[in-house]
Each structure stands twice: as structure tokens, then as C-alpha cells.
Design a protein around this ligand. Structure first.
Ligand SMILES: Nc1nc2c(ncn2[C@@H]2O[C@H](COP(=O)(O)OP(=O)(O)OP(=O)(O)O)[C@@H](O)[C@H]2O)c(=O)[nH]1
Ligand SMILES: [Mg+2]
Length: 442
């Protein structure tokens, strides 16, 4: 069953930021092992900063920031303000321009904000400059996502993968922070500041840890490869999709299991595999980590073992949240990520989920229009669910189905669709074995 709205306090143990010799008197506690800080002290207050392209539509900018705010909330931070500056490209030194930075600084000081979150990955030097200027925690999109993953990862493999991503994020950022500290102490550029040796030591420690974690993951890979081989003879289906679209809810529905599902981003980080038998047709169903726009590449790389589940699947079930205004972009992000991990040319079923929510939202919009309130003038009128279905049935190459996992709408049709495709794949792959045989032999 889906658990809605569970709130957990954020408590990542290994947040890889804020490397500094001078521990602040208030704020996050320093991890003595690596000089990193735990960013989970109580409820954090945060502001969001985005630098959209000058031509980006207003509605898109708002949605990107909504998503960043959702990520921040998932990580336990309360967002109190958003700053947007339209530029051709972000400022190379401080991401935003001088004027905007002064505006952010004034607000951060006045409202006693503890963290500034940027909707992009910052370069090590941007990070250092912003930290020197704003004197609060600077978090970029990559770090925010890595921190959420750190909180969610449960299995040994997922935890090792997250730790690898954390150290890889940290490594290029060690220098910057030290140089900044040296300058504060009055050390000139030509002068070798104190800490020069320490940073080399730190770098070495981090590199060694990265090597160690990579080796450890290789061992896990070997183990899971053997495990997967022993599952031979049965078709493997993977649920894929953008984060928070309902993959785990569908997994629970189909396999009658109890996988953690909730209205937060990245509820699932570990992949789960269940054996499902529908109408005597057995297959393995795996629930996987959701995708998101601008997923840090290093995170994808370090999550290789988890993504193998997708790469080795015979059939992908691509779940889409049709009630989300950006669902089309989400489809594109998922398809691009599948390409990145070499899993794009697999047979796919498209499941448009949350039709109940789509209808609810449409009714609410109509009511607004009727009452003469139209808050979004740049918004294009919504097609009806029937119109959408017709469009997508005609437009997509893959089979399409519209469901509500929560309200159990069209679930029998989804099961029938799955059975048909799994049985066909089974006959193709194992021509000498009857579809039910594997199951019966067990
Ligand atoms: N209205 C509505 N909500 C749904 C439906 N299916 C799932 N949800 C809700 O959507 C939220 C996310 O569902 P999950 O199943 O956790 O989504 P997920 O794709 O596994 O998410 P991640 O693991 O975070 O990538 C939960 O609050 C679900 O209860 C649906 O058909 N309609
Ligand atoms: Mg999930």
C-alpha cells in the first residue's frame, strides 16, 4: 500500500560539504574523519536561485523551481524565497551577477537563512566564491540529490554507491575551499598557504576511499551477476520513469508486496525485484530508482549496479504521471537517460498513471475559469483525458495504457497488457519451453 505524506526528519550521516578548518560556532557539526559537515541540524531555511535562459518561458521556470523546492523539502529544508535572474549563461565567477548576489545576501542576512540552493551544478570556484560572499551553506542541485539518495539508500550496495558519489563530488572541491581560507588569512597567491600539505593528505585519503569503494562495488556486481544468472529462464520486466510517478505503487499493486511509496522525490533508491505470476505467466518485476532532469552524471555512474537491473531487463514499463504539467518533458528526460545507460532499444510499454488526479486538476481549472479567475495567462488550455488518450495512442510507437494505480482504474487492462507482452517475449526467448513451465517446475 502506498503511504502518503509520511514525514521523516532528514538525517544524512555523510553530507559531503563544508570542508573547512574553522568550524563555525553555530551550524552543522564537523565530521572528524573527513572534515565534512552534517547539514541536518534541525529545520533548515533555504532560498532557491535559478538562472534560466533568457528565452525560457515563465511557466517552465516556475515548474523547474517547483521541482527544486520539492527536492529541498524532501531533504528537510523549508524554502522561504526564490531568486531568478535571466542570463544568456550563468556568471562564471558567482553564477548570478553582482547585483543579484547583493540582493540575495541582504535577504539571507535579514531573514537569517541557513542555506542557499542553486538549480545547477556549481563549479568548484563558483562554490568557493559564493561561500566567501554569502557566508552560509551553499548547496547545488547535484549535492541536494546526492544527499537525498544518502538518506534513502538502505542496501549495502546502494549505500556504497551513494558514498562513492559523495566522495567524487567532494574531491575536486577540496582545493577551492582551502585556497579561500588561505586568502582570508592574508596569504598571497604566490605564497604557499598553510594547509597545502593537509589538503594533499585529504585528497589522498579521498582518492584511496574512492578506489576502495569502486573495488567493493565490483565485488557486489559479481555477486548480483551470479544471482541474476540463477534467475534465468524467466522474463524480466523493469518499471522505469521519472521520480514520484507511481512506480512503487504499481509494483505493490502487481506483486502484492509492500514497497515503500510516498509523495516525496526518490522514495526508492534501492531496486527491488519480485516474482509475479499473472494468469499463470511468471515474470520478474523490478522497481527502480526514478530519474530526474539534470541527474548528476557521477551519480548515474556510481549507480551502475542499480541501473543494471534496467539494462538487463527484457521489457521496460515506462510509468508517466499524466497529471504533472511537465509530463512530456519527463518522458523525454527518461528516454534520454535510458539512452545514456544503453537501455533505449528495449521493448517498452507506456503507462500513463494518475488519471484520477488529471481529472481532478482539470475540474479545478474549469471551476477557476468559470469563476473568472485565470491565474496563469500563459497556460495553454488542457485537453480532456479522452483527447489526450487519443493523441498518445496515435502518436507513440509503443503500446499505451491509461490508469490510476491509486484508484485502481484500468488495472485489469494493465495486467492483461503485461501478460500479453511477457508471454510473447517468453515464446521468443525460450521457444522450447512453455510459458507456464518455469513456474510449474518450481
Ligand atoms: N492521485 C494519484 N496518486 C498516485 C497514483 N499512483 C501513485 N500515487 C501517489 O504518488 C506518490 C508517489 O508514488 P510512488 O509509488 O512512491 O512513486 P515512485 O515513482 O515509486 O517514486 P520514486 O521512488 O520517488 O521515484 C505517492 O504519494 C502515491 O500515493 C495515482 O494513480 N493517483
Ligand atoms: Mg519508488
Amino acid at each position: 500500500m502506498a503511504k502518503k505524506g509520511n514525514s521523516h526528519s532528514w538525517n544524512p550521516t555523510n553530507s559531503t560539504r563544508h570542508h573547512s578548518t574553522d568550524a563555525p560556532t553555530t551550524g552543522p557539526k564537523r565530521d572528524p574523519n573527513l572534515g565534512t559537515y552534517d547539514t541536518s541540524q534541525g529545520q533548515e531555511t533555504a532560498v532557491l536561485v535559478a538562472v534560466p535562459d533568457k528565452r525560457a518561458p515563465e511557466a517552465q521556470t516556475r515548474e523547474y523551481l517547483d521541482e527544486l523546492e520539492f527536492l529541498a523539502e524532501t531533504a528537510g529544508a523549508q524554502v522561504t524565497k526564490r531568486f531568478v535572474q535571466r542570463l544568456d549563461k550563468p556568471d562564471i565567477r558567482t553564477f548570478v551577477g553582482e547585483g543579484k548576489l547583493a540582493e540575495i545576501k541582504a535577504y539571507v542576512n535579514h531573514a537569517r537563512i541557513s542555506m542557499v540552493i542553486f538549480d545547477d551544478e556549481l563549479s568548484p570556484s563558483q562554490l568557493r566564491n559564493l561561500e566567501a560572499e554569502l557566508k552560509v551553506k551553499i548547496v547545488d542541485r547535484s549535492l541536494l540529490i546526492i544527499d537525498i539518495f544518502a538518506r534513502r539508500a538502505k542496501s549495502a550496495t546502494a549505500r556504497t554507491q551513494v558514498e562513492l558519489a559523495q566522495y567524487q563530488y567532494l574531491l575536486p572541491r577540496l582545493t577551492g575551499l582551502w585556497t579561500h581560507l588561505d586568502k582570508q588569512r592574508g596569504g598571497g597567491v604566490s605564497q604557499r598557504g598553510p594547509g597545502e600539505t593537509e589538503i594533499e593528505t585529504d585528497r589522498r585519503v579521498v582518492r584511496e576511499r574512492i578506489d576502495f569503494l569502486k573495488e567493493k562495488l565490483k565485488d557486489f556486481d559479481k555477486q548480483s551477476h551470479t544471482q541474476r544468472k540463477s534467475r534465468g529462464g524467466v522474463i524480466r520486466v523493469a518499471l522505469v520513469g521519472y521520480t514520484n510517478v507511481g512506480k512503487s505503487t504499481i509494483m505493490n499493486l502487481l506483486s502484492r508486496s509492500d514497497v515503500f511509496a510516498e509523495n516525496k522525490l526518490f522514495a526508492t533508491v534501492d531496486s527491488t525485484v519480485r516474482k509475479v505470476v499473472l494468469e499463470n505467466v511468471p515474470f520478474l518485476l523490478s522497481d527502480t530508482v526514478g530519474f530526474i532532469r539534470k541527474l548528476p552524471t557521477r551519480l548515474i555512474e556510481s549507480f551502475k549496479s542499480t541501473l543494471d537491473e534496467i539494462r538487463e531487463a527484457d521489457l521496460l514499463v515506462h510509468v508517466v504521471d499524466i497529471s504533472h504539467p511537465s509530463f512530456e518533458e519527463h518522458i523525454a528526460v527518461v528516454n534520454d537517460t535510458l539512452k545514456d545507460i544503453n537501455a533505449a532499444d528495449k521493448p517498452m510499454l507506456l503507462v500513463f498513471n494518475k488519471i484520477d488526479q488529471y481529472e481532478l486538476d482539470s475540474q479545478a481549472l474549469k471551476k477557476h475559469e468559470f469563476e473568472g479567475m485565470n491565474p496563469d495567462e500563459d497556460e495553454i488550455p488542457r485537453p480532456s483525458l479522452e483527447q489526450l488518450q487519443a493523441t498518445y495512442m496515435a502518436k507513440m510507437h509503443d503500446p499505451v495504457i491509461f490508469i490510476s494505480a491509486q484508484e485502481r482504474q484500468n488495472i485489469d487492462e494493465l495486467r492483461a497488457l503485461l501478460v500479453r507482452h511477457v508471454a510473447a517475449l517468453h515464446r521468443q526467448r525460450y521457444p522450447n519451453q512453455g510459458v507456464g513451465e518455469f513456474y510449474e517446475a518450481e
